[in-house]
Ligand binder design. Structure first.
Ligand SMILES: [Zn+2]
Ligand SMILES: [Zn+2]
Length: 318
């Protein structure tokens, strides 16, 4: 499997503004002063080898959308604004004549997780089949409502693709086009669901928009089993610990420290922090990533848990 992150920001898209771009250029040029950059290759080496990610890149502006590429299947988790870029990339690669089948898994129906669908080009193409899976019985209603007059010019019922809604039940395993899938109920306003995906001996867990409380973290906590031995755990680590335990308790999201505790308890191999707080800039997210790795080291992890912060464009081979 190959995991591609098309949207990693929480709550709403958060593009960089002019000042943020200028600050990155300025930081890069200042860092370049002491280097001899005589040719394009030297410039590339400098960018990739010398500049921190917060200067040479960005953690991304689109809201939640993650692709699991398994063979020639298209599997997507959530339809945040990143879905628009996924659809456009697919069209650029295959052209409009080639028809596709998509299996989409919805964590929940908050706006940041469905807002990309009206701009998801494959939905406008006849012959495409889009199956939207989830545990909320109000899925169809939510998708119809966001594309209703006067909010959007194209009614959901007029989309040309064949679109089906498939209701799943938590704690049951399903075989969906050769992919093993198990949903779990999560602690979030109006409920959300995480998904454990298994194929060919590999496991990826997508678990966003869930608040885990510190007092429940032990081997009996159901999520420890749900995350058990995952090759990759995509986890809602929206807040720093300081924010989570002060103002943002009960806001429905978790912190980077809870992410590490749970990943360690469950024997996860690679923890990917996801659904970044929109007020955090790239430097802040990079700092939290550094603190999280440090916390993992000092808390006695001996198995070498890998920790990343998701960004739009990140790809992880499993
Ligand atoms: Zn969200
Ligand atoms: Zn939410």
């Amino acid at each position: 499997m190959l995991i591609r992150f098309w949207g990693t920001r929480g709550s709403l898209p958060a593009p960089l503004n002019y000042r943020a771009v200028r600050a990155k250029i300025r930081a890069a040029l200042i860092a370049a002063l002491e280097h001899r950059l005589d040719d394009p290759e030297a410039v590339d080496r400098f960018i990739d080898g010398e500049l921190p990610f917060s200067v040479r890149g960005t953690f991304g502006g689109n809201s939640s959308c993650v692709e699991l590429a398994c063979g020639d299947q298209f599997v997507l988790c959530d339809m945040g604004s990143g879905a628009r870029e996924f659809g456009n990339a697919l069209l650029a690669r295959y052209g409009p004549a080639r028809k596709h089948r998509f299996n989409i898994f919805m964590s929940h129906l908050h706006w940041d997780h469905i807002m990309g669908f009206p701009f998801f080009t494959p939905a406008f193409i006849p012959g495409n089949v889009i199956r939207i899976h989830g545990c909320h019985d109000s899925m169809r209603e939510a998708f119809i409502r966001q594309q209703s007059d006067p909010c959007f010019p194209v009614d959901f019922r007029n989309l040309a693709a064949t679109i089906e809604f498939v209701e799943l039940k938590p704690d049951r395993s399903y075989d969906i086009d050769g992919l093993r899938v198990r949903p779990i109920l999560q602690n979030h306003a109006s409920d959300s669901y995480g998904y454990r995906f298994e194929q060919a001996g590999k496991t990826v867990v997508y678990s966003t928009d869930c608040e885990h409380k510190y007092e429940v973290l032990d081997q009996n906590y159901p999520f420890v089993d749900f995350f058990r031995n995952a090759d990759v755990l995509i986890f809602d680590a929206m807040y720093s610990l300081a924010d989570q335990i002060s103002v943002k308790e009960d806001w429905g999201h978790s912190s980077n420290m809870v992410a590490v505790e749970l990943a360690q308890l469950a024997g996860v191999k690679h923890l990917v922090m996801f659904h970044h707080e929109p007020i955090y800039d790239d430097a802040m997210i990079e700092r939290i990533l550094g603190e999280t790795r440090r916390y993992n080291e000092i808390s006695g992890d001996e198995r070498g848990l890998v920790i990343s912060s998701a960004y739009d464009g990140l790809e992880i081979a499993v």
